[in-house]
Design a protein around this ligand. Structure first.
Ligand code: 13P
Length: 337
């Protein structure tokens, strides 16, 4: 087994998942302001330190994705954030793209940037303890989108990124996110997401990326947020599995979904059904940002000194997600008396 394959499996084994705590400062500011907390370096650190010191880091979270600011921060006890995460048994990941910018040539769409200087930044992150990385390509759905240009340009960037990351001794997470915005049906989401993912693997192959040392972070197959037709978790699971079975090469060891704006309960219920119905060899788990942190953030914002209480809320969510990653979750576990 190659070293990269070992890292990929270590992150996702036994129902473990990923905590995506890599919000850029701009995104984290939005999240904090939504609960009336001032966004500054100290507050961003305080909330994240609470999560990274929680019990579920050992029991549920196989890897944490960090943002550039966080990987260089020190905790209140003087340890660095990577030291704290390692101590709690989890692997360190880092977001290495520099964000989605307007795509020249199709100005309503986005292209993710960050390839310039990436080789040097990867060396620095490796030395800070990172063993896996993330790059997010983003696509929107409408009659004409995602365009061929956005599908091809983002796949190219994702593959160039992945090849550089493996050269630097780390596991690249390939994240092509097809957004939920719009009134499209789940079938349209299935077709467009399949096209996007297939194109990514064509480019990854061209760039000689070792797929056994990668992870995929896709969206689930859902109707658009403005669609009138809602579907059940069972249907979400069937469509999502159909998409992945037909577009992901079998060498890929694991798939860790993003939550993409689903509520915590939706993201948990859907992942649970995916695992109940999963007949593929892929590990199917979570790499959630909002669906792991939302309740904890709300709780923390009411009293930012209540670290234990915040950790209890986070631990519950992480435990529910880890059960869902094994198909063992049910609604009645959410509110035990
Ligand atoms: P969400 O789960 O909130 O979609 O975040 C996951 C992520 O890492 C987006 O890039």
């Amino acid at each position: 087994m190659s070293e990269l394959n070992k890292i990929a499996l270590q992150i996702l084994s036994k129902g473990m998942g990923i905590l995506a705590a890599d919000e850029s400062n701009a995104t984290m500011t939005k999240r904090l302001e939504s609960v009336n907390v001032h966004s500054n370096e100290t507050n961003r650190l305080k909330f994240r330190e609470a999560l990274f010191s929680s019990i579920s880091m050992k029991e549920c979270i196989g890897g944490v994705i960090l943002y550039d600011e966080t990987i260089k921060q020190k905790t209140s006890s003087g340890k660095t954030i990577p030291e704290l995460i390692k101590l709690n048994g989890s692997l360190i990941g880092i977001k290495v793209d520099t964000g989605a910018k307007v795509l020249a040539g199709s100005k309503e769409e986005k292209i993710t940037e960050g390839l310039d200087g990436l080789r040097e930044r990867l060396k620095e992150y490796y030395n800070l303890g990172a063993r896996f990385t993330k790059w997010r390509g983003v696509y929107c759905i409408s009659d004409k989108y995602p365009s061929k240009l956005s599908i091809s340009a983002n796949a190219h960037a994702l593959a160039r990124y992945a090849a550089l990351v493996q050269d630097a001794g780390m596991v690249p997470i390939i994240e092509p996110e097809v957004l939920m915005d719009g009134d499209h049906s789940a079938e349209v989401c299935l077709n467009k997401t399949s096209e996007v993912i297939k194109r990514c693997y064509e480019e990854l192959e061209l760039n000689k990326v070792n797929l056994k040392g990668t992870l995929l972070k896709p969206n689930m197959i859902l109707p658009g947020t403005k669609s009138k037709k809602k579907i059940s978790s069972e249907e979400v699971a069937e469509l999502t599995l159909e998409c992945l079975k037909n577009s992901v090469p079998s060498e890929v060891p694991g798939i860790a979904f993003l939550s993409g704006g689903q509520s915590e309960l939706e993201a948990t219920a859907n992942l649970n059904q995916i695992n109940i119905k999963n007949k593929t060899n892929f590990i199917m788990t979570y790499s959630y940002g909002r669906a792991l942190q939302q309740s904890a953030l709300k709780f923390w914002s009411k009293d930012i000194k209540n670290i234990i209480g915040t950790q209890e809320v986070f631990d519950h969510r992480a435990k529910m997600c880890t059960l869902a990653a094994q198909g063992k979750w049910s609604t009645n576990l959410e509110n035990p008396e």
